[in-house]
Design a protein around this ligand. Sequence first.
Ligand code: SF4
Ligand code: SF4
Length: 209
Amino acid sequence: MLRSPAFLATLTFLAVALGARVAQAPWTEQFPGSYPRVHAPADARFEFLPDEIRIHLDEETKSGRIIVFAHAADGSLLGLLKPIVDGAVTVRRGDLADYRLAVRGREVGEHRLLKAMDRYVEREDMLERILDARAKGLRFGVQRCLYPICNRCLDGCKSVMRGDFPISMRVGERGNVEPVFAKGSCPRCGKCFVWCPSGVIRDSGSLTN
Ligand code: SF4
Ligand code: SF4
């Protein structure tokens, strides 16, 4: 029976089917085949009240959080991660910045996290920094991208690891930090838009996002 043509044909078919499935599964999961695209910056209206700033957003973010930023005269950008509640973010006096990022023109440099496990290593009142930026004509606003608190797209991209940089971080026209995408060295693995927690990087092949 073991040598019958029907048995051998069945065995061969099962082996080929299994082999094809094993070979295809990782490819299907990791290479959806479309390029990433970067979602437009968030729009917001700032309402200045005596001891707080209310920021009304036009759109929620995927993570339910957003970064409030303000540029400083020394060429740095201060950022604070805030939750979005009922379509708005409130910055109160005493809310301290989470990080300081060096910026020069559109270039993004080194960052420093200002909050250690249980304390702030540098105390920068975010409300004061926004008022200061406003008085000096410097840029301030909100950004969907959570960099440098999040770094998933850069950490997960094999092309970035090889030094090709299809994704890099830049200062956008509104002063926000956002990813910039270049097709050249991107093999369309899809990891960046699957991993992006805030929905900044999206699947260009999908009509639903
Ligand atoms: S993770 Fe890198 S290689 Fe993969 S789709 Fe994104 S940019 Fe392209
Ligand atoms: S994964 Fe998304 S939120 Fe995180 S740094 Fe990249 S673009 Fe920004």
